[in-house]
Each structure stands twice: as C-alpha cells, then as structure tokens.
Design a protein around this ligand. Structure first.
Ligand SMILES: C=C1C[C@]23C[C@H]1CC[C@H]2[C@@]12CCC[C@@](C)(C(=O)O1)[C@H]2[C@@H]3C(=O)O
Ligand SMILES: O=C(O)CCC(=O)C(=O)O
Ligand SMILES: [Fe+2]
Length: 342
C-alpha cells in the first residue's frame, strides 16, 4: 500500500529543497505597473453597495468588504485556533491527516497532485463538524476549538447569504422570487460550506517558492480572512498578478466557478495564488461557500435568451468538485464543452 508522504517540519529547513523550487520568475510575473490598479474595497453599509459589487464581480472577480458586521473577536479566535493547530508537532498533526480519498483533515492542498513541485504551505480542511479530527489533535480541549469553528461558520454563512443577494441583485435577480433554493426567506439557509485553514511558514527563499499555486475556487463565492502578512495575488487579464493587501477588518470575496456558471459567465471566477514571505509566516482562513448537495447550478434563466445561450450544463457541487479533481483548471471549460458536444 502506498504510504502517505508525511509533511516535513518547515521550521527546520534553512534552505529551499529542490522539491519546493518552482520555476517561476517573480519579476516577469510582477509587472511594476500592476500595483497601479487595486482590488476594489466596498463598504457594505454604503447605499450603492449593490452597484459597486456588480461592477467588481464583472471586472475583477474579487473585492474586499468592510463594515461586514462580523465581530472582530471571532477572527482573533479562529486565528488562535489555527495557530494552535499548525504549531502542533508534525506527528500530532498527522493524526488528523486527510485520508487519500477524503476531504477533511490536515495535509497539502488538494490541488497538489497536479504539480510536480511541493507548495510551501499546510492546510486543514473542515467539512461538517471538525470534532473527530480535533479530538485527535487536542484530546483534552477540542470542544472550545470546535465551538470557535461552529461560530465562525454561522457568521460566515450569514454574510455569504447577504453577499449572494447583493451579487445576484446587481444582475436583476431577486433571490426571493428567482432562486428557489435560496429558501422562503432568501437567506440561503440550506447552503453548505467548507472551511480551509491555510498556514504559510516563513520561507528561506520566497522568490522560488509557491505558497498555493494559481487556481480558481470551486464555489459560488469564497470569503477569505488573511492575517497581516501579504501574499494573496489575483490575475488581472492583460495586466498581470496583482497583490491583494491585507486591510484591517476587511474580508476578501472571490467569485468561484459555480457563480461563474450561475451568472452564465457574467461574473468570471478569478485565478488567484498565494506567495510566501522570508520573515513572516502567513495565515488565511477561507470559507468556501456553495449550494446544498441536491441543488443543480445552471445559468440563470434571466441571463439566458436568444442572443445569450446557456454556456454551461447544470451541475451539482459534488459533480463539479469531481470534475475539478480530474481536470483542475480546465474544469469549467469541461462543463462547457460537454454542453457543446451534446
Ligand atoms: C469544497 C472544496 C473546495 C476545495 C475542495 C473542497 C475542500 C477544499 C477546497 C480547497 C481549499 C484550498 C484551495 C483548493 C483549490 C483546494 O485544493 O482545496 C480548494 C478546493 C476548490 O475550490 O476546488
Ligand atoms: O491564502 C490565501 O490567500 C489564498 C487561499 C485560497 O486561495 C484558498 O484557500 O482557496
Ligand atoms: Fe482559493
């Protein structure tokens, strides 16, 4: 039976091993003009938030939100749980390792299998309750960590539902009337989500390393909290990689592939990646938000007409994740190509 390759202890490495050296050239990846443009920051209490969000989703696929109403102490708590987790000894963390065919648990990012080089990061994926894994990690005080995640999920779910209404609203779609699976209160109560804790240790050779390789999220939207260390970049068509700097109290919102499908391509999902830092470690917490398992996502009828044929076939979240696991960054075109070949 093939053994799971244990994750090395990053803190002991003084040089970048060849297995972590990517052949990217940071300078050409980083046109200096790129910083002339920056990802929009939107105040959710602004009466014009709907228009601003619509514009950001069409032209950027990513924006930051402030005044989102999520209590600050929750970020401190989830950050502290993440720190406690990633600072455990490797052998302890491996007790909660993600199994080869599983989704939840500790390990490399799922997309690692598509690359020959290793990423300079560790991740912990939570789908459903983290209790079983947390009990392995902290036999005596797992309950408080579980409570933090539960509370975080509850707040994120509320925010994600609000963002769905705002995004769809900007396209003339009313969640109450036009989206059955939004539920009677249009609060997307049945939606589901995964929480991904990401840790990027300080790296002896950051220019040659990669924290998390370029990808789009297989979600409707992703809410990302990042600590004070920068590293997130998004690809801007015709411009290059743009940094998404940490802004105090702000959350980064990404458009995912399922929103790309639902909006029939009006809101393109955004390619993003995480770079690493020589002196500071970095933490990020992604709330990956999608529909409940029974829902098929397809281009919304209001966005489809004689001059705008549906570009994608209907898919459930699970079907899409399976397609992603096989075809990675070509998954969207795969869902599209299948329609064309019908
Ligand atoms: C619900 C999801 C979404 C997943 C798969 C599954 C659980 C873990 C998510 C992530 C989190 C890290 C980046 C990503 C690309 C990865 O490798 O694992 C994401 C992936 C996706 O968005 O496709
Ligand atoms: O760490 C980051 O900034 C990006 C994380 C991310 O893209 C993800 O978890 O999907
Ligand atoms: Fe992502």
């Amino acid at each position: 039976m093939p053994s799971i390759r244990p994750h090395p202890d990053f803190t002991s490495l003084r040089e970048l091993p060849d297995s972590y050296a990517w052949n990217h050239q940071p300078d050409s990846d980083y046109p200096s003009s790129a910083d002339a443009e920056s990802v929009p920051i939107i105040d959710l209490t602004d009466p014009n938030a709907v228009q601003a969000i619509g514009h950001a989703c069409k032209t950027w696929g990513v924006f930051q939100v402030i005044n989102h109403g999520v209590p600050t102490h929750l970020f401190h708590m989830v950050e502290s749980t993440s720190r406690d987790l990633f600072s455990l000894p490797v052998n302890q963390k491996l007790k909660a390792a993600r199994s080869p065919d599983g989704v939840s648990g500790y390990g490399f990012a799922r997309i690692s299998s598509f690359f020959s080089k290793l990423m300079w990061s560790e991740g912990f994926t939570i789908v459903g309750s983290p209790q079983e894994h947390f009990r392995q990690l902290w036999p005596h005080n797992y309950i408080s960590h579980c409570d933090v995640i539960k509370e975080y999920k509850r707040e994120m779910k509320k925010l994600a539902g609000r963002l769905m209404c705002l995004m769809l609203g900007s396209l003339g779609i009313t969640a109450e009337q036009d989206i059955k699976w939004a539920g009677p209160k249009a609060d997307f109560k049945e939606a589901s989500a995964a929480v991904q804790l990401n840790y990027y240790p300080a790296c002896p050779d950051p220019d040659r390393a990669m924290g998390l390789a370029a990808h789009t999220d297989s979600t409707l939207l992703t809410v990302l909290y990042q600590n004070k260390t920068s590293g997130l970049q998004v690809l801007r068509e015709g411009v290059g990689w743009i940094r998404v700097p940490p802004v105090a109290e702000a959350l980064v919102i990404n458009i995912g592939d399922l929103m790309h499908i639902l909006s029939n391509g009006c809101f393109p999902s955004v390619l993003h990646r995480a770079m690493v830092n020589r002196t500071c470690h970095r933490l990020s917490i992604a709330y990956l938000y999608g529909p409940s398992s029974s829902v098929k996502i397809s281009p919304h009828p209001k966005l489809v007409g004689p001059s705008q044929p549906p570009l994608y076939r209907p898919v459930t979240w699970k079907e899409y994740l399976d397609t992603k696991a096989k075809h990675f960054n070509k998954a969207l075109s795969w869902v599209r190509a299948e329609l064309v070949s019908l």
